[in-house]
Design a protein around this ligand. Structure first.
Ligand SMILES: C[S@@+](CC[C@H](N)C(=O)[O-])C[C@H]1O[C@@H](n2cnc3c(N)ncnc32)[C@H](O)[C@@H]1O
Length: 247
């Protein structure tokens, strides 16, 4: 890494190498585990990629959540890159939102906003309770109960600048590229986009390939289950870097 001139790449490597031993991130992880340990959901509506609207109990909802190492990576990115504006597509019961909120609280700059979008009202209600129990700052962490298809075009028209995006909604080729296309124009230079489940299906992997080869993406990291991009737009000195760092 000493020979790489990009501080963002060096920082990204640090984040990926250290996430599991960072004490603050470990504490965030324990708090997330404590929060969901007593969760009991009999049946909450969720928009499933394969089955449309279905009802899931606690076990199914936790399975759909980013609990564990990828959650810790989200916390680590939030802590070290200190994004001012973070957007999450797909709140579910708020697990990834808790990791991000915990990481943001550990960053030196506490002037942040986290906006997480979810179509299911019952999931938003559960996520709200979880975030409250976790101790997230409810003025800075907002849950939006709506479809991405309603919120994202509006966000795009408003020219909101985004520093960090976690895309974890419908896992199809078409939907993932649509989310990317809606968001890319709003990404700040050096903004980070993370895509969950890039190996979930052939369509998801094809979408990931279109994303990391996109002209606006300067640095991309294949984490195995997730894909991470640093947006450079069409910066004149752009030279693309693509890494694999399976965690
Ligand atoms: C995989 S889960 C999100 C998990 C969460 N990010 C975590 O890791 O804890 C995907 C969520 O996206 C929501 N969803 C799917 N399609 C949506 C859409 N078009 N608009 C809004 N929410 C949607 C689903 O209801 C589901 O709760």
């Amino acid at each position: 890494m000493a020979t790489d001139p990009s501080p963002v790449v060096s920082k990204m490597y640090y984040v990926l190498e250290q996430y599991s031993i960072d004490e603050e991130v470990q504490k965030v992880h324990s708090r997330v585990m404590d929060t969901v340990s007593s969760l009991s959901v009999k049946g909450a509506k969720i928009h499933s990629t394969k089955m449309g609207i279905v009802y899931r109990e606690t076990k199914g909802l936790l399975k759909a959540s980013t609990l564990g190492k990828y959650g810790m990576v989200l916390a680590m990115i939030a802590k070290h890159f200190a994004p001012k504006m973070t957007v999450e597509l797909g709140t579910c019961i708020g697990v990834s939102a808790m990791y991000i909120a915990g990481g943001l609280e550990s960053a030196n700059d506490l002037d942040y906003s986290l906006v997480s979008i979810e179509a299911s009202k019952s999931l938003v209600d559960i996520a709200k309770r979880n975030l409250h129990k976790f101790g997230a700052n409810d003025k800075r962490c907002k849950l939006v109960n709506d479809y991405f298809e309603n919120v994202l075009p509006k966000l795009s028209r408003e020219n909101t600048l985004i520093d960090f995006v976690f895309v974890d909604g419908s896992h199809t080729y078409e939907a993932t590229l649509q989310y990317f296309n809606w968001l890319i124009g709003n990404m700040r230079y050096n903004g980070i986009m993370m895509f969950d489940d890039i190996r979930w299906s052939q369509g998801m992997f094809k979408a990931w390939k279109s994303i990391w080869t996109h002209k606006s993406v300067g640095i991309s990291v294949d984490l195995g289950g997730m894909g991470l991009c640093v947006v450079k737009h069409d910066h004149p000195t752009l030279s693309k870097k693509h890494f694999s760092f399976h965690i």
